[in-house]
Ligand binder design. Structure first.
Ligand code: PMP
Length: 283
């Protein structure tokens, strides 16, 4: 596999980053994951707009221009002949003597990209439906910034997996915030889609934005507000969204079936429509 490091396209085993890199030492880094279908980028402008925002919130400089970012993504896809999967981008504040204080503003950021082949359209998990567990949301309260500080989500998901679940939904003050790496939704008895409103407590999903737009076009009522675990247990169906999973049904919460315990029609329909629309708009 060829990866990108600070202007160079190199074999993955020749790529190097300093041990003093602040991404490595402090998770002082932001990232984006863009999915790839038919060798093209899905929702690319949205991912790059969110990257700019994450960088801005952390007073980090953009390493290259937006136009260059598109060129780099495309070149790396073609270097790896990637047809379906994802492309990962990370910007760190760069390498400096270890210090809690941010280094001088002229520290050179590190920019790294790699591709990962993955079957996205054919997804056994989306066919079967996910079993999720609820856990306390113990992350910092700026989850709107897409940092690489992912240990809590990774730890919680791994523990849930060891217990037979597929993922976790995070709960704060009795309400679901989001999934470990996805946004969370329920469909109520009257057919309304409910998902938490945007705030510093959740990531503004690029897929979320597109899927809510699909829902509105299908004239499905959408409410953006916090919802409780009781509401999840009483929901007709539930699902999650992310760039790498699109729309993925949730069939169980803490061992209890949601609805009839099968992937629901709203999630299935939204998955189809989202894939069709975003594929047609891919660049
Ligand atoms: N929330 C969290 C915590 C995430 O990590 C992700 C995926 N990066 C999402 C939501 C979904 O965002 P997107 O649709 O842009 O992939």
């Amino acid at each position: 596999r060829t990866v990108y490091v600070n202007g160079d396209y190199v074999p993955e085993n020749e790529a190097t980053i300093s041990v003093f890199d602040r991404g490595f030492l402090f998770a002082d880094a932001v990232y984006e994951v863009t999915s790839v279908l038919d060798g093209k980028l899905i929702d690319f402008p949205g991912h790059m707009a969110r990257l700019s925002r994450s960088l801005g919130e952390l007073d980090m400089a953009a390493p290259v221009s937006d136009d260059e970012l598109l060129d780099i993504h495309r070149r790396l896809l073609s270097e790896n002949d990637l047809v379906e999967g994802m492309i990962y981008l990370q910007v760190t504040r760069g390498a400096a003597d270890r210090d809690f204080l941010f280094p001088e503003a002229d520290t050179r950021p590190n920019l790294v990209l790699f591709t990962q082949e993955k079957s996205l359209i054919d997804s056994p998990l989306a066919e079967r439906g996910q079993k999720v567990r609820s856990v306390d949301d113990l992350r910092w309260r700026r989850s709107d910034i897409k940092t690489t500080q992912l240990l809590y989500a990774s730890w919680a998901k791994s523990r849930a997996h060891a217990g037979g679940a597929d993922d976790v939904w995070l709960v704060r003050d009795g309400h679901v915030t989001e999934g470990s790496s996805n946004n969370a939704y329920i469909v109520t008895a009257d057919g309304t889609i409910v998902t938490r409103h945007l705030s510093p407590e959740i990531l503004s999903g690029i897929t979320r934005q597109a899927v809510l737009q699909c829902a509105r076009e299908l004239q499905i009522k959408v409410e953006e507000r916090p919802f409780t675990l009781d509401e999840v247990r009483g929901a007709r169906e539930a699902f999650s969204t992310s760039a790498s999973s699109f729309v993925s049904p949730v069939i169980e919460m803490d061992g209890m079936a949601i609805g009839d315990g099968e992937p629901g029609p709203v999630a299935r329909r939204l998955r189809e429509i989202y894939i069709e629309k975003s594929r047609a708009a891919a660049i």
